[in-house]
Design a protein around this ligand. Sequence first.
Ligand code: CUA
Length: 159
Amino acid sequence: MSVNYYEKIWMWIAGGLIAVFVGAILLTTGLQAIHPPSHVETIDPAKVGDDPEFGKPGVTVRADGSAVVVLVAQLFSFNPDPIEVPVGKPVTFRLTSVDVIHGFQIVGTNANAMIVPGYVSQFTVTFDRAGEYLIACNEYCGVGHHMMTGKLVVKRAAQ
Ligand code: CUA
């Protein structure tokens, strides 16, 4: 099969771009801990209040010191707020929304997820630095969007 000279050039450019994009995903995943979306779990947004897990949002600390944060977002707040988690231990966030799409960005960290009604967003972060962090909703969700913030308190575990 003979391929036109210019067609060949474009094929190489397209192939190069694909290599760059796949490389960018691999690099950011490996070096910057950016996780492509992978967790798919659904929940009926109208029944979040009756859900055994999301009906009681809060923080649970496991025996090994790691923690699970179950959080419900709604116009225009996060529940629980503030969120207290241990420093230096894996913290798994499980997030859902009862109304519209919200954002969940822990400012100054790589924790950043969309909270989509009907789905559970889950990711795990280890905070190496104790202190207070601002949580910002970074998806426009209505007139109160700019006031939709929360607080994360990363603490040393009580001995
Ligand atoms: Cu919630 Cu913007």
